[in-house]
Design a protein around this ligand. Structure first.
Ligand code: FEO
Ligand code: CA
Ligand code: CA
Length: 675
């Protein structure tokens, strides 16, 4: 999330202590108790055996082999010496002959857009074809749009109504692209007209599965039985599954809708406006070309006698993780409602263990919203990793299970709190009584988490699972509203967390307990020690960590998004563009000492690998299986890429219509990235 979709309003009314105050007390305690192992006591005796075994486990031994980059603020990307960076699949790149080439004057049609890459690239994943390191399917999210860049002169609304063609063009620029890509002579390219190339947009029909499917909440004139939804929206971060499918996360979907009547509590909590929608798509309703209320559905005001007469339930089909099988071009995407309904940022799964349930971790990116875990009912069968009916495997593990919200405790322990009908809320009532069954709990995931006393967090973004030791990492991007909103400890500037930090924990899918510690604090290099707790220097200062991904070697890649507050409002953002850093973490269970895991003594461990062009966020991470190529996304640049070169490090000449794009990074010598 960033810039035009940002929503800084605090809507969480919970009085449960927020993560900032828990963290402050935890850091004070650590200083007294010394040593992360204190926290392990919180897991209880039953959980200690796996910990003891893990503490002696060898780590990957990988070391970073590049020098940290200096700051940069230009209209170009920067990579370390010996690396090259190529622009791939920039917004509007045709996937087939149905689309005309991208028009630098903004003149492409909605139909072109349906057959080309979307805008504002975000989460992504590389799915190898036949285990190849040089050919595969790149799934790329398109989070939102820049209306100014999309249309020749920006959006229009003559006589108060958006033209249908403009609205369709915007709808088609959202969603997900599946790109068949291959490497030839060291260059990656999209395979034109491949049968794998496809687009999912904000209008593509998809299935709804899990507790919401068929419920009264999701019945619409389009889907009277409540099993289908049109479109996926505002696809931010991503996840994958152990069986090789893609998960795309619906984040800031709420303000694509307007409810001019009485808004339900969950609509107010999500930020649905009673005045106007973000893009006014509903204003095109009644156009002679409109099909099945394709525009009207964005106005969810209850006007008819019931849900068959209006679009009141349309919005209830959004806010989910959506599973896509990129390998099957004929497959229909499925919204997995059992995994909760909120501003989904992304999803990572815990290390699968045969015979044990699978666990998935998910952030809800809004101020003071929660961290969630979904645990499957079905124990993991490793044979399912090799099945080709991936969405059937998805139904097995993702449609039945338990959703939890996290409570962090100051002693370094934590608890996953189940959001089940039987769970008892703060007022002594069961969640089933309050929300009316599991479908009502899912619909009101945030409110259910309030009830059980989950810990309000500082905008939880991506999660990432350490490939060797199974620790889970979470970026808490920033929260400059902390003091004003909560009245918490205004004397301590650290609590006004404008720079963000990364927390991590370890748990077991069979247990509700976890142990956590603080991995890394964002900060300007010159800040006082109680702000710059990780001792960052000019060569690795960062703020607003957002994208987070481990590669299988144990390198953690950290991406930043400082755009949220409308520009360069923190000190780091005034000194450097958004960036990607790399670090090789040691295990949480091996911790000694009282501060964050990365402190002043570990500065060589955290290195800046990439700096983006002006005003762009860096997000999304993928790699080829041989580690010789990594992919990242440059989102919402202001004046990039260059028109006459696909070299991402070349600055544009003059002022160009900007295009979000994937950047492909390789070594000149063809070696492995980062080492
Ligand atoms: Fe789409 Fe929370 O970033
Ligand atoms: Ca963000
Ligand atoms: Ca993000």
């Amino acid at each position: 999330m960033s810039k035009s979709t940002s929503d800084q309003t605090v809507r969480n009314p919970s009085d449960t202590p927020a993560f900032g105050s828990i963290l402050e007390r935890n850091l004070s305690r650590r200083a007294v108790m010394r040593g992360g192992l204190c926290a392990l006591a919180g897991l209880g005796a039953a959980s200690l055996a796996p910990w003891a075994a893990r503490a002696g486990q060898a780590e990957s031994g990988v070391t970073l082999g590049f020098a940290s980059l200096p700051a940069s603020m230009t209209d170009a990307c920067v990579v370390p010496p010996g690396y090259v960076a190529q622009v791939l699949g920039a917004w509007g790149t045709p996937l087939n002959d149905q689309a005309r080439p991208w028009d630098p004057d903004g003149g492409n049609s909605a139909q072109d857009g349906l057959n080309a890459t979307g805008m504002h690239h975000d989460g992504m994943h590389f799915f190898a074809l036949d285990d190849s390191a040089s050919e595969g399917l790149l799934a790329v999210n398109h989070e939102y749009i820049d209306q100014q860049a999309l249309h020749p002169q920006g959006p229009t609304q003559p006589d108060g109504r958006r033209p249908a063609e403009e609205v369709r063009k915007e709808i088609n620029a959202h969603g997900v692209s599946i790109l068949h890509i291959r490497r030839q002579q060291g260059r990656w390219e999209i395979v034109p007209n491949s049968r794998y190339n496809r687009r999912f947009t904000s209008a593509t029909p998809m299935m709804l599965a899990g507790p919401m499917a068929g419920s009264a909440w999701v019945r619409t004139p389009f889907s009277p039985d409540g099993t289908q939804v049109r479109g996926t929206n505002n696809n931010c971060g991503n996840g994958t599954t152990p069986w090789g499918s893609y998960l795309t996360a619906e984040e800031n979907w709420a303000n694509c809708f307007v409810n001019r009547g009485e808004r339900a509590a969950h609509q107010r909590r999500m930020g649905v406006s009673d005045k106007e929608s973000r893009y006014h798509w509903e204003s095109a309703a009644g156009d002679p070309s409109e099909q099945q209320g394709e525009f009207a559905r964005f106005d969810i005001t209850a006007r008819g006698s019931d849900a068959s007469q209006d679009w009141r339930n349309e919005i209830n089909g959004f806010g989910y993780l959506v599973e896509i099988d990129p390998y099957d071009p004929d497959s229909v995407a499925v919204k997995r409602s059992a995994m909760g309904r909120f501003a989904h940022e992304g999803c990572s799964f815990g290390t699968p263990q045969a015979g044990k349930p699978l666990a998935f971790y998910m952030g809800d990116d809004a101020r003071f919203e929660y961290l969630y875990r979904f645990v499957s009912d079905e124990p993991w069968d490793p044979a399912d990793a090799r099945r080709s009916d991936r969405l059937a495997v998805g139904a097995k593990y993702l449609d039945r299970g338990t959703l939890y919200a996290a409570r962090f405790d100051e002693d370094g322990s934590g608890r996953w709190l189940p959001l089940t009908p039987q769970a008892v809320g703060k007022d002594g009532r069961r969640l089933g009584e309050i929300f009316g069954g599991l479908d009502g709990i899912i619909l009101n995931s945030r409110e259910a988490a309030d009830q059980v006393g989950a810990t309000p967090m500082d905008r939880p973004e991506w999660t990432a699972t350490h490939p060797i030791n199974g620790d889970i990492y979470l970026s808490l991007t920033n929260n400059s509203k902390r003091d004003a909103a909560r009245g918490a400890n205004p004397a301590n500037p650290r609590l006004d967390n404008v720079n963000g930090h990364i927390v991590r924990w370890h748990d077991d899918s069979g247990s509700d307990a976890f142990a956590w510690d603080l991995f890394l604090f964002g900060s300007p290099a010159g800040a006082p020690a109680d702000v710059n707790r990780s001792g960052l220097t000019e060569l690795n200062q960062f703020a607003s960590p957002d994208g987070l991904a481990f590669d299988p070697r144990g390198i953690l890649w950290i991406q930043t998004d400082n755009g949220i507050d409308g520009g360069r409002k923190n000190e780091v953002a005034r000194r450097i563009n958004d960036q990607m850093l790399a670090v090789v973490p040691q295990a949480l269970s091996d911790r000694q000492g009282s501060g964050p895991a990365i402190g002043p003594a570990e500065q060589a461990a955290l290195r800046r690998f990439f700096v983006g062009p002006n005003e762009a966020e860096i997000t999304g991470f993928a790699f080829s299986p041989d580690y010789t190529t990594i992919f990242l996304n440059v989102q919402h640049p202001s004046n990039w890429p260059a028109y006459d070169s696909d070299d991402a490090t070349v600055a544009a000449q003059g002022k160009v219509r900007p295009r979000s794009a994937t950047v492909v990074i390789q070594r000149v010598d063809g070696g492995k990235i980062g080492v």
